[in-house]
Design a protein around this ligand. Structure first.
Ligand code: IDP
Ligand code: MG
Length: 134
């Protein structure tokens, strides 16, 4: 079944020059990028994006990091896109992310783990509405 996901290359990934590599992996997997923009996210959008983590001790640091530089935001569509992208990203903590995953290949720190991808259909629709208006 075709799904839509919201994917974001975080400021560390953009700064490390990984935009092309990550877009290439998504395309080569057979997924469609149907919207794409490079921008510096405003504070309120970052807070809303990570609203589920508002009470976590790392929330302030997380929002500060996300607005610290340009990000590349995408709407990605295709069969099982949400799960396929989460598998390609690897686990949240790059220390346990296997080689071959984006986080396992390009990150070391849980706070700077290169990429975001929606964790389910509801968060995907919420995030796409927030950042792309749908
Ligand atoms: P996810 O990005 O794999 O979906 P979430 O649990 O939704 O992971 O957490 C959102 C983001 O918050 C993570 O990608 C990571 O950058 C950051 N984060 C999660 N846990 C920690 C932590 O324990 N310390 C610092 N940052 C964290
Ligand atoms: Mg998440």
């Amino acid at each position: 079944m075709s799904e839509r996901s919201f994917v974001m290359i975080k400021p560390d990934g953009v700064a490390a020059g990984l935009t092309g590599e990550i877009i290439s992996r998504i395309e080569r997997r057979g997924l469609q990028i149907t919207a794409l923009t490079k921008t510096v996210m405003v504070q309120v959008a970052a807070e809303e994006h990570y609203a589920e983590h508002r009470e976590r001790p790392f929330f302030g640091e997380l929002v500060e990091f996300i607005v610290s530089g340009p990000v590349v935001m995408m709407r990605v569509e295709g069969q099982g896109a949400i799960g396929a992208l989460r598998t390609m990203m690897g686990p949240t903590d790059p220390q346990v992310a296997p080689p071959g995953t984006i986080r396992g290949d390009f990150a070391l720190d849980v706070g700077q783990n290169v990429i975001h991808g929606s964790d389910g259909p509801e968060s995907a629709e919420r995030e796409l509405a927030l950042h792309f208006g749908g």
